[in-house]
Structure formats: C-alpha cells, structure tokens
Design a binder for this molecule. Structure first.
Ligand code: AMP
Length: 287
C-alpha cells in the first residue's frame, strides 16, 4: 500500500493509472477505522482495479469544536488494517493540503432542503462541510466509483445530489450498515461509550426494527414516532429526533402509501456521545 499526503501527487498518480485503463474506487473516511469502513474497502477492492481510502478528519463539518477535538485518531492501526484489506492507496492529507486557500465555504449548490432537516437542523453547517470536503476529494481522486455507508443516510443522499448538480461522472455505491452482534451500528464514536452505555445502546436498533413492524401493522408515522421517542427515552439515553421520511427527498412522510421508500432516521444522545442510525421501513433504494 502506498501512503500519499499531497493531493497533486495523488491526482498525478491516478491520471497515470487511468491512462493505463485502470478503474478507480474511492472510500472517504475520517479514520478510527472499524468493520463498517472495512466493508466499504472490501467492496471497493472487489469492484475496481485501484482502491483508494482517504483518512481526513474534516474540520469544516464539525459544528462543535469539542467534538472535533475528541474525535478518535488511530493512524497506525488504520494503516495496518488497510494493508490487511489490500487497499492500494491511503490518502492522508493535512488540513492545509485540502484547504490551501482557507476553509471558507465556496460552493454554489442548492441542496433543495436535503441539508435542512434532521442532522442539518441539529448540526448547523455540518453538511456544507461534508459537501465541501467530498467535492474536493472527488476532484482530487477522479474516482469512477465512490463508496459510502447507509449508516449516514442523509449524508449519502446529499452527496448523490452533489454528484448530479455538478454532473460528475462518478457512481455512488451505498453499502449496508455493519452492526455489532447486538445490533448497534458500528461507529468510531462507540469507542467513547462507557460499559453501561454500550450495553444499553442496542435499544436504538431494537426500536428501529419495532418501527418497521409498527408500519407493517398499519400504525401512522405520527404514532410510530411518538412511540419510538418514548421507548428511547431511558435513564442514560435521550432521543434527539426520530423522523420517518421519504427515502429520496427526506421530506416527512404522513401517508406511507404515497412513497416508494420510507426510512426511519434517529439521533440519540448518551452522555456526551451522539449516536445516529436509520432503517428502511418500506421499499428498496435503486442504485
Ligand atoms: P466516517 O469515517 O464516519 O466519516 O465514515 C466513513 C464512511 O464509512 C461513511 O460513508 C460512512 O457512512 C461509512 N460507515 C461508517 N460506519 C459504518 C457502518 N457501521 N456500516 C457501513 N458503513 C459505515
């Protein structure tokens, strides 16, 4: 595996590979890699000649400085794992490499409200930062396929919009959420849970599953949301939101019959750790 720290070096290397007719797959991450990330790497590796993984903790997508500071960083272990999964190129740039002219947001893009609900509402500016960094990373890597997790449902929906607005010739591949045995979605933030919080955290997955059953039984989204928020309100846990939305527009669903894909998305606090998860309750995403 090659480790590259400078974007111009990476772009030159990729252009050379493309001249040879090789296909390029790309997995952007913020590091502290776990099995969720590795499932993306495996798929990327199996579908492309060259697999690039970036590790970049993007300051512009953190709306709280403390969250950025506390974000886990495990560079040596990450590089070892990527080698094990036969990743070809690790791109590990410095902040100045990605933002040579400063971190000011400079994209003209209408996300048609996708960035205003759920995570966007609770974390102002977060998706601007995500769109900004992913646009730059796509420009640098010139990849044919981009791999992202369903775990961050709103994020991949917004990146899909970015790709279509800029008419970029990259295909977004969404990979299923990898979970621990008890159902908790794997996340770098799970490392910050106490033993007690971790033991109880599978409630999020259980409530999502239960919502699917409630929907199948004919309960209205309003009723499901109300029940789910109640179930998630436990000692040590505090649900921030639980929304039932259209799988493409992310608008709230009142009548599921009017939507092909219906998704439940939630964010739950435990101590100072914020966990997000989602589940498709109806339909299937077209890829
Ligand atoms: P992050 O390092 O948290 O920015 O995540 C990098 C990529 O890995 C994103 O596309 C995430 O959606 C994806 N990802 C994170 N956790 C999981 C998981 N448990 N299962 C599948 N993909 C994941």
């Amino acid at each position: 595996m090659k480790t590259i720290q400078h974007s111009d070096v990476l772009t030159n290397e990729i252009l050379e590979k493309k001249k040879q007719g090789l296909s390029i797959g790309f997995v952007p991450t913020m590091g502290a890699l776990h099995k969720g990330h590795f499932s993306l790497i495996r798929k990327c590796k199996s579908e492309n000649d060259i697999c690039i993984c970036s590790i970049f903790v993007n300051p512009t997508q953190f709306n709280q400085k403390s969250d950025l500071e506390k974000y886990p960083r495990t560079p040596e272990a990450d590089a070892d794992s990527l080698r094990t999964y036969n990743c070809d190129i690790l791109f590990a740039p410095a902040v100045e490499d990605i933002y040579p002219d400063g971190m000011e947001y400079d994209l003209e893009i209408d996300l048609e409200g996708l960035d205003e609900t759920m995570e966007g509402e609770k974390r102002p500016g977060h998706f601007k930062g995500v769109v900004q960094v992913v646009k730059r990373l796509l420009d640098i890597t010139r990849c044919d396929k981009l791999y992202m997790g369903q775990k961050d449902y709103q994020q991949f929906t917004i990146i899909n919009k970015l790709i279509s607005v800029f008419n970029m010739s990259v295909q977004l591949i969404v990979c299923p959420t990898e979970r621990a045995e008890d159902g908790l979605a794997l996340s770098s933030r799970n490392a910050r849970l106490t033993e007690k919080q971790r033991r109880k955290a599978s409630i999020i997955y259980r409530v999502l599953n239960q919502s699917k059953i409630w929907l199948e039984e004919g309960l209205s989204p309003v009723e499901i949301r109300y029940r789910a928020m109640e179930y998630l309100d436990l000692p040590l846990f505090h649900p921030e939101y639980f929304h039932i939305v259209d799988g493409y527009t992310l608008s709230r669903v009142s009548n599921p019959d009017n939507h092909k894909v219906v998704v439940a998305c939630t964010a739950v606090w435990t101590g100072d750790v914020r966990l997000i998860d989602n589940m498709i309750l109806k339909g299937q995403l077209n890829q």
